[in-house]
Design a binder for this molecule. Structure first.
Ligand code: GAR
Length: 207
């Protein structure tokens, strides 16, 4: 059984997809042992509590420095002793010590087809604003391992989604979530939980 910690910042729809797919058996051999939010009062915490999952807030506002926040974040995760950490809409830069501790054991969902519209400054709605601003016709989502860069780790799964005439950033965000994120993030967790992902020469290989 794989114990996972899920880190969230806001709405928590990706967290909900994970909760639902564990319940339905689409994600097997997995349980969520804890949820961490960097923000108070967000819907994601409510979703965790409704599912009977322990949820903690580790907010940078409660610490005198970023280093102290980073340490508290890592300590909180470690206390649950997870085999995998899932960043499900966690809009915080993961500190180097955290990445080192959980090398190839942190999976992030990013709302574009990496390497497009990713890296510093591309998160949440900003990604979809970038997509619409450039006028590309196909976007999507990427589930990837986290390394010490921003959105540069080994890519596990990707799924394409069409941009449509009249899209707004919010409409596009919703379609990318529904058609891609809620599908490939749970799938990546299931593959990991069943020992089906290895990293060879910096690339994720699925068996
Ligand atoms: C999702 O679209 C996720 O891909 C994105 O934030 C949103 C969170 O939604 N993450 C990033 O942009 C990470 N760079 P949710 O809280 O409803 O899951």
């Amino acid at each position: 059984m794989l114990d996972i910690v899920v880190c969230v910042s806001g709405g928590g729809t990706n967290l909900q997809a994970i909760i639902d797919k564990i319940a339905s058996g689409e994600i097997s051999n997995t349980r969520i042992v804890g949820v961490i939010s960097n923000n108070y009062g967000v819907k994601a915490i409510e979703r965790a509590q409704n599912a009977g999952i322990e949820a903690k807030v580790v907010s940078p506002k409660d610490f005198a420095s970023r280093d102290e926040f980073n340490q508290a974040l890592l300590d909180t995760v470690k206390a649950w002793n997870p085999g995998l950490v899932v960043l499900a809409g966690f809009l915080v830069n993961i500190p180097v010590a955290f990445v080192k501790e959980y090398k190839n054991k942190i999976i992030n969902i990013h709302p574009s087809l990496i390497p497009s519209f990713c890296g510093v400054g591309y998160y949440g709605l900003k990604v979809h604003e970038g997509v619409l601003g450039r006028g590309v016709k196909v976007t999507g989502a990427t589930a990837h391992f986290v390394d010490d860069g921003t959105d540069t780790g080994p890519i596990i799964l990707q799924k394409a989604v069409c941009v449509e005439q009249g899209d707004t950033p919010k409409l596009l965000q919703q379609r990318v979530m529904e058609q891609a994120e809620w599908e490939i993030l749970p799938k990546a967790i299931d593959l990991f939980a069943n020992g089906k992902i290895s990293v060879v020469d910096g690339k994720a290989v699925i068996s």
